[in-house]
Design a protein around this ligand. Structure first.
Ligand code: ZN
Length: 309
């Protein structure tokens, strides 16, 4: 860290430093110039955690919005774990983050302050001038225009001392300026409330997903109803027994909840709803065009595996 950055309070204390800002605002370069990832300082980047979370969830670069939120949430959680670990080892930590929202920063600060009594928390907000920003964008070969990135950067809520920072710096090109705005204590309570609701909801969703996974897993061994949609045969047995008897049924064949043949060993695929739909110009199920029997089959398939228990 250069002399001008050293905050006297921070000298004796372990320090965590957040470097935040929009894409291509020079966060990494700033870190390289002012901090070194050696000895007593650990540098962490949220980007690495996000990539790991996407990978773990089985995604490449394309992620659906609902899953993206979950992945980002997971990435934030994992990063926080590593921050706490490094601080416990007495290391200073520098974190490259986006952290546009006060709420997200408060989540980190609360967790850190709850774990450590004597710690300095500071943040540098990258606010480059247009011309410098444009240079970075060109260097990084980003397809985003500066207009788009600027619109994006407007989403950034500038950090407020009430969030729990000891020092807040605004970085405009090469100039680092301490900027402590008027405290806004009211933002903290509402952020904490939202965070706790969010974490509760996340926990519930995780539990639901786990239950679903356990149920699907149990279908490999438990007996369940096998319905032949062609002849109407109905047998309560395990997947293995059904398979041995010639049934076409998930989990051995096809996937629960997705249209596919559901037949006993005697019947043929050509009598199935799946077959009928495949013959259509557009192979999708249109409920209003189904017979009563087909509708029953379709509803049962849609509600698998619960509909088979
Ligand atoms: Zn049959």
């Amino acid at each position: 860290m250069t002399d001008q950055l050293i905050n006297n309070d921070a000298l004796a204390k372990t320090t965590i430093t957040f470097i935040i800002g929009a894409p291509a605002t020079g966060k990494t370069t700033f870190i390289n110039n002012h901090f070194s990832d050696s000895g007593n300082t650990v540098i962490l980047n949220i980007y690495d955690y996000q990539q790991a979370a996407y990978k773990e969830a089985g995604f490449g670069k394309q992620v659906s919005l609902g899953h993206e939120f979950k992945c980002l949430y997971k990435a934030n959680e994992n990063l926080l774990v590593d921050i706490i670990k490094a601080l416990q080892e007495g290391k200073n930590v520098v974190v490259e983050q986006t952290l546009y929202k006060a709420k997200r920063r408060i989540a980190y600060i609360d967790a850190i302050r709850n774990s450590f009594e004597n710690i300095a928390i500071e943040v540098y907000v990258m606010c480059p001038s247009d011309s410098v920003w444009e240079t970075y964008i060109i260097e990084r070969k980003l397809i985003d225009s500066i207009q788009r990135l600027k619109a994006n950067a407007k989403e950034i809520e500038f950090p407020n001392p009430s969030e729990g920072f000891d020092s807040i710096y605004e970085v405009v090109d090469d100039v680092i300026k301490l900027r402590m705005d008027e405290p806004k204590p009211e933002i903290v309570d509402s952020a904490r409330k939202e965070l706790s609701e969010e974490s509760q909801q996340m926990k519930q969703e995780e539990e639901k997903a786990k239950e679903r996974l356990d149920l699907l897993e149990s279908m490999n061994s438990r007996p369940f109803w096998h319905y032949c949609e062609v002849c109407g045969a109905k047998v309560f047995c395990t997947a293995q027994d059904a398979f041995n008897a010639g049934w076409d049924y998930p989990p051995q064949l096809g996937t629960f909840g997705f249209l596919g043949p559901r037949t006993c060993g005697e019947c043929d695929i050509t009598g199935t709803l799946y077959w009928k739909v495949q013959q259509q110009a557009l192979p999708i199920v249109v409920e209003s065009m189904l017979t009563e029997e087909e509708l029953k089959t379709w509803k049962r398939i849609k509600n698998e595996p619960e509909s088979l228990l």
